[in-house]
Write a protein that binds this ligand. Structure first.
Ligand code: COA
Length: 389
């Protein structure tokens, strides 16, 4: 009989981490790793499934914030460390954990990164944002013009101190971006130590520091140098362009790789746009609307005639109902619905990565007034988070 409990003490947190890591086919944390991971455990946000006294399944969340279309910042749960011990899978353990977690989350929205695409739709998560992985032929990459500001390299200690402050100061603007919590930065520092040769550079413009980039270069057995950009944050176009100039002019580098927003105009930087090649498009943000009325009111809408949307949510029935969405906002109504959508797919259209018309074409939703619904939910920028957790 599976029982779900909220964990409170440190010994249990470590057992929780060991079960999660085993589920991912990784070894339990060493003492050294545990020192780094331990502070990232947030009380009240750690769930475990028990068989008797043994932990057999895990889930947890981190308190953060999320940018929604229109720019509002909404309290957000970043869901992570989900795993079930291999000798207990496919017996409903994850389902029990998800039910308990959803009913107790303190925030109106949750997002996660999925190890597999078939796991989370049934729990109301929709694929809400994707990234593209691009590869740049650095030998042929020419960005015309000069830097407008200055780029300086930081030592690790300075970067550890400066980056969280700079990230906070730059702020969040693109829908899908999330606030980074203290435990995220601690893990990031650890990953950088693992990578050893990770390098951080900071950009400053007329008003001071306004962007940063973390990258690492690996050498292949053919002595090619491949640079991968691990973190790239900027406040304005000059910082963005200057950091690209810096990285594209580094000596010895043959290839640059980065995951970026689908609509980031990186090809237009280069004299020859063909130096930028899209290698892959992959799902990034899986989004769960935990409190549908609050989340529908949190974002802004485009110009179109109002549409009444009926939402179905099997796990959180308080969300069931009809919502009239107009350029002025969203409200619950009792009017007949123009279209009906399950909560996972409302999550998929919420940030603007996909549209009602696209979902209707695949027969995933039914209804009329699709063009108006598309126009209401249309966004000027594709969603992208850029913060892995
Ligand atoms: C993914 C995982 C957590 C699922 O746990 P579980 O306890 O087996 O899940 P449940 O038994 O509650 O399954 C619920 C439903 O989802 C389905 N399902 C679960 N995992 C699935 C998967 N990986 N692929 C396809 N379907 C899956 C089950 O078949 C079941 O369907 P049903 O209700 O129609 O029978 C577990 O397999 C695991 O730990 N995997 C490795 C670690 C991992 O990937 N963690 C997720 C990190 S994002």
């Amino acid at each position: 009989m599976t029982e779900i409990r909220v964990l409170t003490d440190e010994a249990q947190f470590r057992a929780h981490m060991s079960v999660f890591r085993r589920a991912m086919h990784w070894s339990p944390p060493s003492d050294e790793q545990w020192q780094v991971i331990r502070p990232s455990y947030e009380p009240d946000r750690v769930l475990a499934a028990f068989d008797g006294d043994e932990i057999i399944g895990t889930a947890s969340s981190f308190g953060s914030s999320l940018v929604v279309p229109g720019g509002a910042l909404v309290p957000h749960s970043a869901i992570s460390r989900v795993g079930v011990r291999a000798d207990y899978t496919r017996r409903g353990v994850l389902s029990a954990l998800m039910r308990e977690q959803l009913s107790s989350l303190p925030d109106p929205v949750a997002t996660l990164r999925a190890s597999e695409g078939r796991i989370y739709g049934r729990f109301g998560y929709g694929l809400a944002g994707r990234w593209r992985t691009v590869e740049i032929d650095a030998r042929r990459a020419v960005i015309p013009g000069d830097l407008t500001g200055r780029v300086r390299m930081l030592d690790q200690d300075t970067a550890d101190k400066l980056l969280p402050e700079l990230h906070e100061a730059i702020g969040l603007t693109r829908p899908g971006q999330i606030g980074r919590w203290a435990g995220w930065w601690a893990r990031q520092r650890d990953r950088k130590t693992e990578a050893e040769n990770s390098v951080t550079v900071v950009h400053s413009g007329p008003d001071g520091d306004d962007g940063f980039l973390t990258y690492k270069v690996t050498t292949t057995k053919d002595f090619d140098h491949e640079l991968s950009i691990e973190d790239f944050v900027w406040a304005n176009d000059d910082a963005w362009r200057d950091l690209w100039i810096y990285v594209s002019r580094l000596d010895l580098v043959d290839k640059i790789e980065i995951d970026l927003a689908l609509d980031e105009p990186v090809s237009w930087l280069f004299e020859d746009p063909r130096v930028v090649r899209t290698k892959d498009v992959f799902d990034e943000i899986w989004l769960r609307l935990v409190d549908v009325p609050r989340m529908l009111s949190a974002r802004t809408y485009g110009v179109a005639d109002p549409v009444v949307i009926e939402v179905r949510d099997e796990l959180l029935p308080a969300n069931d109902g009809r919502y009239r969405v107009s350029p002025d906002g969203a409200e619950r109504v009792e009017e007949p619905a123009d279209l009906t959508i399950p909560v996972d797919l409302l999550g998929a259209v919420y940030l603007g990565d996909t549209t009602f018309s696209q979902l209707a074409a695949t027969r995933r939703i039914e209804g009329t007034r699709l063009a108006d619904a598309d126009a209401l939910f249309a966004v000027p920028q594709k969603p992208f988070c850029g913060t892995f957790f």
